[in-house]
Design a binder for this molecule. Structure first.
Ligand code: NAD
Ligand code: ZN
Length: 258
């Protein structure tokens, strides 16, 4: 692989890692056909976030917000995981088979990591698959008419909106994995929505080798060990292939000498 976009140091660190953690954002699903939020053709270029992704926006216009999430659910139902999701599932299986631990902390609500076969996934921003009553918290099933069967309250999407706290168990698992990781990958996220965007920095401070995969370096790229410029669907399969080549005894397969 003479023109690998990543360093041999990253390949070697991954091949030796006992603990790997990954943060993903909308970019990892872009090659599946799910629009991202902040790219020029992204969803929020056309929609106002505060109208669609806040409790106040929901209360002001529940039908619009529900229709919007129904549209997103439908989009996600039509698409399939891409080579980037598949590569992360493959890396997880290989790291765990070698006795290590692996966690994907995703900001995505599309369920594509799980559909690709990733097993250790925490959903920092909830899931499109979940809906719950805004009054009593009871989960609603997919057939809901928007009214809670338990109390008659309004049913809302089970995603984390602006101004809301992250699910504490998901956050604790992600922060814990970041603070113990030997290698941390941040993939397809613009890293501007905190606290999720802080996870790569938690990992960096704790001594992990931290690499970003993104066609456009993010706001935190300068604070990381390495920025791999490219799409997740192209970079991640090549990266996992290179790591597997090391395990197979082929040496670090990168000719750049880094
Ligand atoms: P984002 O749209 O902010 O960033 C997407 C990133 O993916 C960009 O950095 C882009 O360069 C990169 N990218 C694009 N194509 C790629 C590819 N093929 N491979 C790899 N990377 C690619 O999305 P985000 O970082 O996930 O946003 C974080 C969170 O912000 C989201 O989970 C969402 O909850 C939240 N958000 C919410 C709203 C809202 O109104 N609810 C609006 C924006 C963001
Ligand atoms: Zn209820």
């Amino acid at each position: 692989m003479p023109d690998a976009p990543f360093s041999s140091a990253l390949v070697a660190r991954l091949a030796d890692a006992r603990r790997v953690a990954v943060l993903t954002g909308a970019g990892v699903s872009a090659e599946s056909g799910v629009p991202t939020f902040r790219d020029p053709d992204g969803i929020w270029a056309r929609m106002r976030p505060e109208e669609l992704a806040s409790v106040d926006g929901f209360l002001a216009n529940p039908d619009l917000v529900q229709a919007w999430y129904a549209h997103r659910r439908e989009t996600v139902g039509r698409v399939t995981p891409n080579a980037g999701h598949d590569a992360l599932a493959r890396l997880e299986a290989a790291v765990e088979a070698r006795g290590g631990t692996f966690l994907v902390a995703t900001q995505n609500v599309d369920g594509l990591h799980q559909r690709a076969g990733s097993r250790s996934v925490v959903e920092l921003h909830g899931s499109l698959a979940r809906q719950f009553c805004i009054a009593c918290g009871t989960d609603a099933d997919g057939e809901t008419d928007g009214t809670c069967v338990a109390c008659g309250g309004r049913v809302r999407p089970g995603v984390v909106w602006f101004g809301e706290a992250l699910p504490p168990e998901a956050w604790d698992a992600a922060e814990n994995a970041a603070s113990r990781a030997d290698v941390f990958l941040t993939v397809g996220t613009s890293a501007v929505v905190y606290p999720a965007a802080g996870l790569p920095l938690v990992a960096k401070r704790a001594g992990a080798y931290v690499a970003e995969v993104n066609p456009v370096p993010s706001d935190i790229a300068g604070a990381l060990d390495e920025v791999v410029v490219g799409t997740s669907g192209a970079v991640l399969p090549a990266l996992v292939d290179a790591v597997e080549a090391v395990w197979a005894g082929g040496g670090t397969n990168s000719a750049d000498g880094r």
